[in-house]
Design a protein around this ligand. Structure first.
Ligand code: AMP
Ligand code: ZN
Length: 122
């Protein structure tokens, strides 16, 4: 576990120093497959900017957080797991701090979808 950007796993993934299976990237965000998927589709969406937790976010981060959430929806569509009626849909989770089960201290949203059962997270 790291709270420091110089040793942060997800900063290294965003920079390409550690390999990942990317499903999306732009100037602001990177999305990649979780290495221990809890569901058939399990993607992590991260800002390139190092923000340790949701609890570190301020009002000034609202535009970034908004774009991140909209991006989760776009990636869900791109991966064919969006909500289109019936039994379809996906889960979006942001674990925050040890009490929330956060393991990697770089802000990320989990996108989970697929047939049940899913593995337990955290
Ligand atoms: P959290 O518990 O919310 O901090 O989630 C961290 C997630 O990162 C877990 O679901 C891990 O399986 C995932 N993870 C850890 N290392 C890697 C990695 N190198 N590549 C992809 N996902 C990872
Ligand atoms: Zn980081």
């Amino acid at each position: 576990m790291s709270h420091d950007r110089s040793t942060c796993l997800f900063c290294k993934i965003a920079d390409g120093e550690i390999p990942s299976t990317r499903v999306y990237e732009d100037d602001e965000f990177v999305a990649f497959r979780d290495i221990r998927p809890a569901a058939e589709t399990h993607v992590l969406v991260i800002p390139r900017q190092h923000i340790a937790t949701l609890a570190d976010c301020a009002e000034s981060d609202a535009p970034l957080l908004g774009r991140m959430l909209v991006l989760v929806g776009r990636i869900a569509k791109d991966l064919g797991v969006s909500y289109t009626g019936g039994d379809t849909g996906y889960r979006t989770v942001v674990n925050t701090g040890p009490g929330g089960g956060q393991e990697v201290y770089h802000l990320h949203a989990h996108l989970l979808a697929g047939p049940r059962p899913w593995q337990r997270m955290g």
